[in-house]
Design a protein around this ligand. Structure first.
Ligand code: AMP
Length: 209
């Protein structure tokens, strides 16, 4: 299955993706994680993306479309993939339709008030991409990644002002994708406010897994 996870930044797409990787046996691709890794390694892609990301804006379409194309051409995507954070604009969705058949766009629905609270507690591992929350989903040892043992950090774009800007960006540029996939008959919607296990359960039901 080729699956898109839709939803505002902080809706829980990354956490749900980690679960679905195991459940479905296909990889998850987070353009945000690929870009953060590029910034960490100071690659040309990272240098181009950093200013946009720190300002809570989207990275230009051509950059992310190219990196996504390269990524889904890899062998591990042959029997399907989960997209977390792509597409984020209509042109990205159109570019994706040209290179892959999307089976389903699953919207993880969470209102902004809930998201604001969540994002200030978010901690991420820059090495393996795992995400945690200080209250809702803490690591076994505070500040240390359960999976790879690297130090957990607050993402630079999880600062309150940037969180607000990212939400506006979502509202203006990404929300129209809900209508785009609905019109194709591919949209499924789940309530993402009920906690991690419940969201996983709703996703399993919605996807018929
Ligand atoms: P995320 O980890 O998905 O929340 O992405 C973090 C940041 O990376 C976003 O706020 C954007 O600046 C950038 N980014 C990630 N995916 C995309 C995309 N598909 N299109 C444009 N910018 C993106």
């Amino acid at each position: 299955m080729n699956l898109i996870l839709l939803g505002a930044p902080g809706a829980g797409k990354g956490t749900l993706a980690s679960y679905l990787i195991e459940k479905m046996g296909i990889p998850s691709i987070s353009t945000g994680n690929i870009l953060r890794e590029a910034i960490k390694n100071n690659t040309p892609l990272g240098q181009q993306a950093k200013g946009f990301m720190d300002a809570g804006q989207l990275v230009p379409d051509d950059l992310v479309i190219n990196l996504l194309k390269e990524r889904i051409a890899k062998r591990d995507c042959k029997s399907g993939f989960i997209l977390d954070g792509f597409p984020r604009t209509i042109p990205q969705a159109e570019a994706l339709d040209e290179i892959a058949n999307i089976d389903c766009a699953l919207l993880v629905d969470v209102p902004y008030e809930v998201i604001e609270k969540r994002m200030t507690g978010r901690r991420v591992c820059l090495r393996c991409g795992a995400t945690y929350h200080v209250e809702a989903n803490p690591p076994r040892i505070q500040g240390v990644c359960d999976i790879c043992g690297d130090k957990l950090v607050i993402r630079s774009d999880d600062q309150p002002e940037v969180v607000k800007r990212r939400h506006e960006t979502y509202h203006e540029q990404t929300e129209p994708l809900i209508g785009y996939y609905d019109a194709q008959g591919k949209l499924k919607r789940i309530d993402g406010t009920q906690g991690i296990r419940e969201t996983e359960k709703l996703a399993v039901e919605a996807l018929g897994l």
